[in-house]
Design a protein around this ligand. Sequence first.
Ligand SMILES: Cc1cc2nc3c(=O)[nH]c(=O)nc-3n(C[C@H](O)[C@H](O)[C@H](O)COP(=O)(O)O)c2cc1C
Length: 342
Amino acid sequence: MVCLHRQTQRMKILHNMAASAVAPPLDLAQTQKVRSALDGLTPAQLQWVSGYAAGLAARNETLPSAIAETATDPSNTMTILYGSQTGNGRAIAEELKQSAVSRGFAVRLFSLADYRPANIKRETLISLVVSTHGEGDPPDDAELFHEFLLSGKAPPLKQLKYSVLALGDSSYVNFCQTGRDLDARLSELGAARFVPTIECDLDYDETVAAWADDVLEALPKVLESVPSVPRLHAVKRPAVYNRHRPFEAVVLTNQKITGANSTKDVRHIELSLEDSGLIYEPGDSLAVIADNPPQLVEELLETLDFSGSEEVEVQGAAFTIRDALRAKLEITVPNLGFLKAY
Ligand SMILES: Cc1cc2nc3c(=O)[nH]c(=O)nc-3n(C[C@H](O)[C@H](O)[C@H](O)COP(=O)(O)O)c2cc1C
């Protein structure tokens, strides 16, 4: 864990103040609804939504609320995801969507290129159509999703029911490898197959038709049984973090990016802001509040002849001297105040 708080550039604060002088046209409840509906969309999806809303406004139309609910609530919706290099998988996914919609089911369809992998934790029902290319590699549009799901960053998926249709060609050594990888990993993360995974060779029409029938037949029952997943930030008020109340962020990645023989130790660090409500933009800075090295704390205690459990007061709060030296006081650089007092 590291602690951090958000510092925003002065320029940005001034900009925000100017913007807030114009009254927003939405009330608080509407603003929260819009935020929760847009939460997690990719830039391309946001642009589409923006154009869609502009089109409605131009025609002076409003969206019926029932449709809005269905479209934004993944808990009663089947999400169809596809990864496809030459179009076979996309056609199968689109056909499945049409069949499901014509039977009255709510469906969302995404190319994996347009799908934010971390959103999978909010899904309850997925049908995944994915081919294999290269030498057992995912198609280009599925690369990021494949990488994310197989990495340690993938979340537990106990809420998820899924089915995989893997496309391939049995003349390749790694037949349907991508579908196999994703199927195995989804299961490992706790998701449950609602229809068995299917592997399709080049002559796939009949196999695909049988799989689609199974999916459509299973839908009424599965949609009834899927639990509703609480949506992030839907009703939570964003917490206020500052230097006295920093957000505890989980370190997702800490990787040395300098060469093995380099004397410099430069790191690529990824921190999770999940559930913080914090949004960083280019130009914002981030402060990391680190503890002092435990060995240095122990050396100081020994030199000063303290056991470590003595109580001291720092900025009006009580700590043991060990905790104060570890987390509250600067002990690595002698500052002016210290030298004067000494
Ligand atoms: C260059 C190339 C490499 C392929 N490599 C594999 C492979 O390693 N394993 C496999 O099972 N199929 C492989 N295939 C077959 C495709 O997965 C198959 O044609 C599939 O139907 C393509 O679906 P798509 O159009 O949705 O990408 C390969 C196809 C091509 C053109």
